[in-house]
Design a protein around this ligand. Structure first.
Ligand SMILES: CSCCC(=O)C(=O)COP(=O)(O)O
Ligand SMILES: [Zn+2]
Length: 235
């Protein structure tokens, strides 16, 4: 593919094209405190392509021309073996979250995955010291889907999200995240202690709204814990 053809993969007048959506969504996530200080982000997968932002850059300032495009499917290889359809001309590397995003595609058939460093998520991992975050009897639970891509939860369901331990390098979370996804097939995301959360959905809209619902539930759960209120009720 010529470099002009490759660049055409990220140039579109359509505001809903993934190369336009990722910069727009990262700007709004920045203002929510989800992707500050370069961390966190979102990827979007279509039938045969994955669009990923660069690593270690101010996510609220990304342009469509900074987006990497990878063919899908392809094995979740380490950086050196990854195949690209398009790389930015600047000296950029694809997000360190790439193997974690791949978990959501391969294990849940997700169309989009969001990684946040929201302080609500981080506080939840501190106030729930065990391996699972649990909360019940909250209306926002209804905005979350079984396994992230299945049917919506009911008000009467208890929301459970596994918490995995952080690693010094983001890529090294891949195996423990995959193991938690296998052990908790109904979980719509994975919390990472002292770090943040990964949430996916069948498309970017559902990934976004589920992340919003979960972030709300982390925030209210943290406030309830700090107020000594029970976060899980019987019945
Ligand atoms: C201060 S960010 C530390 C690395 C991190 O947690 C992260 O999410 C990095 O993501 P990137 O897309 O910038 O590789
Ligand atoms: Zn991170």
């Amino acid at each position: 593919m010529s470099s002009d053809d490759a660049d055409a993969l990220v140039i579109s007048p359509d505001p809903l094209h993934p190369a336009n959506l990722i910069p727009e969504l990262c700007q709004s996530f920045y203002h929510l405190g989800w992707v500050t200080g370069t961390g966190g982000g979102i990827c979007i997968r279509t039938e045969d392509k994955v669009y990923i932002a660069p690593s270690g850059v101010q996510k609220e300032r990304i342009k469509p021309s900074h987006i990497f495009v990878l063919p899908y499917p392809q094995a979740a290889s380490p950086h050196a073996d990854r195949v690209f359809l398009r790389r930015p001309s600047l000296n950029l590397k694809e997000s360190a979250c790439t193997p974690l995003f791949w978990n959501s595609f391969e294990l849940r058939d997700a169309g989009s995955c969001i990684h946040t460093h929201s302080q609500h998520a981080v506080m939840a991992t501190l106030l729930w010291p065990g391996p699972v975050f649990r909360i019940s009897h909250q209306e926002m639970i209804k905005g979350v889907r079984l396994g992230g891509t299945g049917k919506a939860l009911s008000y009467l369901d208890t929301l459970e999200l596994p918490i995995i331990e952080n690693t010094p390098n983001e890529e090294d979370l891949k195996d423990s995240m995959a193991a938690a996804m296998v052990e908790y097939p109904d979980a719509a995301g994975i919390l990472v202690r002292r770090h943040g959360v990964y949430v996916w959905g069948s498309d970017w809209e559902k990934a976004k709204t589920q992340t919003e619902c979960l972030d709300y539930l982390f925030e209210i759960g943290v406030k309830m814990k700090l107020a000594n209120l029970p976060t899980v009720l019987d019945g």
